[in-house]
Design a protein around this ligand. Structure first.
Ligand SMILES: Cc1cc2nc3c(=O)[nH]c(=O)nc-3n(C[C@H](O)[C@H](O)[C@H](O)COP(=O)(O)O)c2cc1C
Length: 182
Protein backbone atom coordinates (compact mmCIF):
# COMPACT_ATOMS: atom_id res chain seq x y z
CA UNK A 1 0.00 0.00 0.00
CA UNK A 2 1.18 3.55 -0.65
CA UNK A 3 1.92 5.36 2.59
CA UNK A 4 -1.03 7.74 2.43
CA UNK A 5 -3.43 4.86 1.68
CA UNK A 6 -2.04 3.10 4.73
CA UNK A 7 -2.76 6.18 6.83
CA UNK A 8 -6.34 6.33 5.55
CA UNK A 9 -6.89 2.59 5.95
CA UNK A 10 -5.60 2.36 9.53
CA UNK A 11 -8.43 2.81 11.94
CA UNK A 12 -9.23 1.57 15.39
CA UNK A 13 -10.82 -1.85 15.02
CA UNK A 14 -13.11 -2.93 17.83
CA UNK A 15 -14.76 -5.98 16.24
CA UNK A 16 -12.66 -8.96 15.26
CA UNK A 17 -13.17 -12.23 13.42
CA UNK A 18 -12.54 -15.39 15.41
CA UNK A 19 -9.48 -16.13 13.28
CA UNK A 20 -5.92 -16.57 14.54
CA UNK A 21 -3.19 -14.19 13.43
CA UNK A 22 -0.15 -15.76 11.79
CA UNK A 23 3.04 -15.36 13.84
CA UNK A 24 4.96 -14.22 10.70
CA UNK A 25 2.61 -11.27 10.42
CA UNK A 26 3.02 -10.42 14.09
CA UNK A 27 6.79 -10.63 13.66
CA UNK A 28 6.73 -8.18 10.74
CA UNK A 29 4.68 -5.75 12.84
CA UNK A 30 7.23 -6.04 15.64
CA UNK A 31 10.05 -5.53 13.16
CA UNK A 32 8.42 -2.29 11.98
CA UNK A 33 8.09 -1.26 15.63
CA UNK A 34 11.72 -2.18 16.34
CA UNK A 35 12.95 0.06 13.53
CA UNK A 36 11.12 3.13 14.85
CA UNK A 37 13.20 6.20 15.70
CA UNK A 38 13.69 7.27 19.31
CA UNK A 39 15.38 10.09 21.16
CA UNK A 40 19.16 9.44 21.23
CA UNK A 41 18.27 6.07 19.69
CA UNK A 42 17.53 4.82 23.20
CA UNK A 43 14.74 2.42 22.05
CA UNK A 44 13.07 2.49 25.46
CA UNK A 45 10.49 -0.22 24.75
CA UNK A 46 9.67 -3.89 24.99
CA UNK A 47 6.68 -5.89 23.80
CA UNK A 48 4.83 -8.88 25.19
CA UNK A 49 2.76 -10.65 22.54
CA UNK A 50 -0.17 -12.45 24.10
CA UNK A 51 -1.87 -14.95 21.83
CA UNK A 52 -2.44 -17.72 24.36
CA UNK A 53 -6.21 -17.91 24.84
CA UNK A 54 -6.28 -18.14 28.64
CA UNK A 55 -3.56 -15.58 29.22
CA UNK A 56 -5.13 -13.23 26.71
CA UNK A 57 -8.41 -13.36 28.61
CA UNK A 58 -6.60 -12.55 31.85
CA UNK A 59 -5.12 -9.46 30.18
CA UNK A 60 -8.34 -8.41 28.44
CA UNK A 61 -10.32 -8.38 31.69
CA UNK A 62 -7.84 -5.82 33.04
CA UNK A 63 -8.98 -3.32 30.39
CA UNK A 64 -12.54 -2.81 31.63
CA UNK A 65 -14.79 -3.16 34.64
CA UNK A 66 -18.49 -2.97 35.43
CA UNK A 67 -18.54 0.83 35.34
CA UNK A 68 -16.12 1.59 32.51
CA UNK A 69 -16.67 -1.08 29.92
CA UNK A 70 -15.75 0.49 26.57
CA UNK A 71 -12.71 -1.79 26.24
CA UNK A 72 -14.70 -5.00 26.72
CA UNK A 73 -14.17 -5.66 23.00
CA UNK A 74 -10.56 -6.60 23.80
CA UNK A 75 -11.88 -10.00 24.93
CA UNK A 76 -12.64 -10.69 21.29
CA UNK A 77 -9.24 -9.74 19.85
CA UNK A 78 -7.06 -12.76 18.91
CA UNK A 79 -3.84 -10.99 19.94
CA UNK A 80 -2.95 -8.43 22.59
CA UNK A 81 0.39 -6.68 22.50
CA UNK A 82 1.58 -5.10 25.72
CA UNK A 83 3.92 -2.18 25.24
CA UNK A 84 6.25 -1.47 28.14
CA UNK A 85 8.42 1.60 28.40
CA UNK A 86 11.84 0.50 29.50
CA UNK A 87 14.25 2.66 31.40
CA UNK A 88 15.59 5.44 29.15
CA UNK A 89 19.34 5.56 28.65
CA UNK A 90 21.36 7.69 31.12
CA UNK A 91 21.82 10.31 28.41
CA UNK A 92 18.07 10.44 27.85
CA UNK A 93 17.30 10.68 31.55
CA UNK A 94 19.58 13.69 31.76
CA UNK A 95 18.04 15.19 28.62
CA UNK A 96 14.52 14.60 29.99
CA UNK A 97 15.42 16.32 33.27
CA UNK A 98 17.08 19.31 31.58
CA UNK A 99 14.38 19.79 29.00
CA UNK A 100 11.47 18.75 31.25
CA UNK A 101 10.22 16.52 28.46
CA UNK A 102 9.30 12.84 28.52
CA UNK A 103 11.07 11.69 25.39
CA UNK A 104 10.39 8.03 26.14
CA UNK A 105 6.63 8.57 25.93
CA UNK A 106 7.07 10.23 22.53
CA UNK A 107 9.16 7.22 21.47
CA UNK A 108 6.46 4.81 22.63
CA UNK A 109 3.88 6.63 20.52
CA UNK A 110 6.05 6.40 17.43
CA UNK A 111 6.83 2.70 17.80
CA UNK A 112 3.17 1.94 18.48
CA UNK A 113 2.11 3.67 15.29
CA UNK A 114 4.82 1.87 13.28
CA UNK A 115 3.38 -1.39 14.59
CA UNK A 116 -0.20 -0.44 13.76
CA UNK A 117 0.64 0.78 10.25
CA UNK A 118 2.50 -2.45 9.47
CA UNK A 119 -0.49 -4.38 10.81
CA UNK A 120 -2.68 -2.45 8.35
CA UNK A 121 -0.28 -3.41 5.56
CA UNK A 122 -0.68 -7.05 6.65
CA UNK A 123 -4.48 -6.79 6.40
CA UNK A 124 -4.89 -6.70 10.18
CA UNK A 125 -6.86 -4.37 12.40
CA UNK A 126 -5.56 -2.85 15.62
CA UNK A 127 -6.66 -0.58 18.42
CA UNK A 128 -4.36 1.11 20.91
CA UNK A 129 -5.69 0.96 24.46
CA UNK A 130 -4.48 3.48 26.99
CA UNK A 131 -7.20 2.66 29.52
CA UNK A 132 -6.48 -0.44 31.61
CA UNK A 133 -5.52 -1.59 35.07
CA UNK A 134 -1.76 -1.16 34.81
CA UNK A 135 -1.00 -2.68 38.19
CA UNK A 136 -3.08 -5.73 37.33
CA UNK A 137 -1.29 -6.21 34.00
CA UNK A 138 2.12 -5.85 35.66
CA UNK A 139 1.16 -8.48 38.22
CA UNK A 140 0.18 -10.99 35.53
CA UNK A 141 3.66 -10.88 33.96
CA UNK A 142 5.79 -10.02 36.99
CA UNK A 143 6.72 -6.71 35.42
CA UNK A 144 8.62 -4.66 38.02
CA UNK A 145 6.64 -1.83 39.60
CA UNK A 146 9.33 0.62 38.45
CA UNK A 147 8.40 -0.02 34.80
CA UNK A 148 5.38 1.45 33.03
CA UNK A 149 2.95 -0.42 30.83
CA UNK A 150 2.00 2.39 28.45
CA UNK A 151 -0.30 0.73 25.93
CA UNK A 152 -2.06 -2.48 25.06
CA UNK A 153 -2.63 -2.97 21.34
CA UNK A 154 -5.43 -5.27 20.21
CA UNK A 155 -4.80 -7.05 16.93
CA UNK A 156 -6.72 -9.34 14.62
CA UNK A 157 -8.69 -9.63 11.42
CA UNK A 158 -11.40 -6.98 11.38
CA UNK A 159 -15.02 -8.08 11.15
CA UNK A 160 -15.56 -5.41 8.49
CA UNK A 161 -13.12 -3.82 6.09
CA UNK A 162 -15.23 -0.72 5.62
CA UNK A 163 -13.20 2.43 6.20
CA UNK A 164 -14.99 4.97 8.40
CA UNK A 165 -14.62 8.65 7.62
CA UNK A 166 -11.96 10.08 9.93
CA UNK A 167 -13.21 12.51 12.56
CA UNK A 168 -10.43 15.05 12.71
CA UNK A 169 -9.94 18.78 13.14
CA UNK A 170 -9.73 20.55 9.82
CA UNK A 171 -6.32 21.53 8.49
CA UNK A 172 -7.23 25.20 8.96
CA UNK A 173 -7.76 24.59 12.68
CA UNK A 174 -4.32 23.13 13.23
CA UNK A 175 -1.92 24.60 10.70
CA UNK A 176 -0.26 27.95 10.37
CA UNK A 177 2.80 28.99 8.41
CA UNK A 178 5.45 31.22 9.96
CA UNK A 179 3.36 32.22 12.98
CA UNK A 180 1.40 30.79 15.89
CA UNK A 181 -2.23 31.78 15.82
CA UNK A 182 -4.30 29.41 17.95
C1 LIG B 1 -2.72 6.71 23.28
C2 LIG B 1 -4.05 6.18 22.81
C3 LIG B 1 -4.91 5.57 23.72
C4 LIG B 1 -6.13 5.05 23.28
N1 LIG B 1 -6.92 4.38 24.17
C5 LIG B 1 -8.05 3.78 23.73
C6 LIG B 1 -8.82 2.97 24.61
O1 LIG B 1 -8.50 2.76 25.79
N2 LIG B 1 -9.96 2.39 24.11
C7 LIG B 1 -10.35 2.55 22.80
O2 LIG B 1 -11.37 1.97 22.42
N3 LIG B 1 -9.62 3.33 21.96
C8 LIG B 1 -8.49 3.93 22.37
N4 LIG B 1 -7.73 4.66 21.50
C9 LIG B 1 -8.16 4.81 20.10
C10 LIG B 1 -8.66 6.24 19.81
O3 LIG B 1 -9.91 6.41 20.39
C11 LIG B 1 -8.70 6.42 18.29
O4 LIG B 1 -7.39 6.31 17.77
C12 LIG B 1 -9.26 7.79 17.87
O5 LIG B 1 -10.59 7.92 18.30
C13 LIG B 1 -9.20 7.99 16.36
O6 LIG B 1 -9.89 6.96 15.70
P1 LIG B 1 -9.18 5.99 14.65
O7 LIG B 1 -8.05 5.29 15.37
O8 LIG B 1 -10.25 5.01 14.23
O9 LIG B 1 -8.67 6.81 13.52
C14 LIG B 1 -6.51 5.19 21.91
C15 LIG B 1 -5.64 5.80 21.01
C16 LIG B 1 -4.42 6.28 21.43
C17 LIG B 1 -3.49 6.89 20.42
Amino acid sequence: MKFFDLVITRQSVRKYLDKPVEREKIERCLEAARLAPSASNSQPWSFIVVDNLKLKESVAIKTFDRVISFNRFSLQAPVLIILISERPSFLNKVAEAIKDKQFSLIDIGITAEHLCLQATEEGLGTCMLGWFNEKGVKKLFNIPLSKRVELIITMGYAESNQIRPKKRKSIDQIRSYNSYRL
